[in-house]
Design a protein around this ligand. Structure first.
Ligand SMILES: [Zn+2]
Length: 339
């Protein structure tokens, strides 16, 4: 028995267009989930969006008093010690920062932890895939959407690196003559394979540029096929760098583009298979069947945030260590009721 038996955990994934929230029980089952549009017009509107998602998802389960912890995944540079997020361009948050951790902790009077959204999603992917991957030790999560970023989980532990920036690969310059990036450089990886680059590659009436690009390529459009191939080459290279650098058991793609599934995944695996056919070493380093994608709509980030909230309170996976900076996040007075 643990002090957390019977308690609930809320995970929130604050994105540029939507806020997703889940409630999980102490056995890690998802009891409820909601998705609301994000209002990022200013800091207060953003905090209200996050709080409303928590309210709604708790309405579904009925008994907010049994909530032991809230975890929040949010884009940008997160200080887990203070729960402040900075430099989240798609949320209009600059260097002045927004104290999302203390805001939520004070409002709900529940222990609250904050992590970068992609790092939280890496934890969520590990949580989702571990039961069917018995030898899973090291997982690298590659998020491709508006931007590109990665998160790394080693032995069940989130690997944060200096300033929590381990995996922040979207601003590696891969083509100095490439398009301008929002960060001020030219030809960053994310400027070449995500966001505006995808918009430039193929039109879409509903903003699903990558999906429509792959559909057109499959339908035989030569221009689309050429663009999709360039994307495949760049993404395969990214997958190889990450999988080999971390010795990953699984390389998991996610995000709005990364979770497109087979249209995106198959050409990458085909390319890796071709490398494996030519080189036994290449095949061992990145086995094509070890590159997978989270399904569209899976609340990976919100689930990961709930896992981080639970781990912070000492109910982590085997091998989890307490007392790390990542677990000393913004804390409200714990009015969570009886156990
Ligand atoms: Zn950049």
């Amino acid at each position: 028995m643990s002090a957390l038996d019977g308690r609930l955990f809320v995970g929130v994934d604050v994105g540029g267009s939507s806020v997703k929230a889940v409630v999980t029980d102490d056995a890690r089952n998802v009891l409820s989930q909601v998705q609301l549009p994000t209002d990022a017009s200013d800091a207060n509107a953003l905090l209200t969006s996050a709080a409303t998602a928590v309210d709604r998802v708790l309405d579904d389960v009925g008994d907010a008093k049994t909530v032991a912890g809230i975890g929040i995944g949010v884009p940008g540079q997160v200080d887990p010690a203070t729960g402040v997020v900075r430099m989240a361009m798609n949320l209009n948050i600059g260097d002045e920062g927004v104290p999302i951790g203390t805001s939520i902790a004070d409002r709900f009077e529940v222990d609250t932890t904050v992590e970068n959204d992609v790092r939280a999603a890496a934890v969520g992917a590990f949580e989702a895939l571990q039961p069917r991957t018995p030898d899973l030790h090291t997982l690298v999560y590659l998020s491709i959407g508006t931007g590109v970023s990665a998160g790394v989980v080693v032995g069940g532990e989130l690997f944060r690196g200096r300033d929590g920036l381990a995996g922040e690969i979207g601003h590696v310059v891969v083509d100095e003559d490439g398009p301008e990036c929002a960060c001020g450089l030219r030809g960053c990886l994310e400027a070449v394979v995500a966001g505006p680059a995808l918009r430039a590659m193929w039109p879409s009436v509903d903003g699903k540029h990558a999906r429509d690009l792959y559909r057109a390529a499959a339908a035989g459009d030569a221009t689309a096929a050429a663009a999709a191939h360039r994307l495949t080459v760049r993404l395969t290279e990214t997958v190889q760098w990450l999988a080999i650098a971390y010795g990953a058991d699984l390389l998991v793609m996610g995000g709005g583009v990364g979770s497109l599934g087979e249209p995106l995944l198959s050409p990458i695996r085909d390319r890796l298979s071709a490398f494996a056919d030519r080189s036994e070493l290449a095949g061992r380093m990145v086995p094509p069947d070890r590159v997978v994608a989270m399904p569209t709509g899976h609340p990976t980030g919100a689930i990961g945030a709930a896992v981080l909230a639970r781990e912070r309170l000492g109910d982590g996976r085997a091998g989890s260590k307490g007392g790390q900076e990542a677990r000393t996040a913004a804390t409200g007075s714990d009015g969570g009721g009886s156990t």
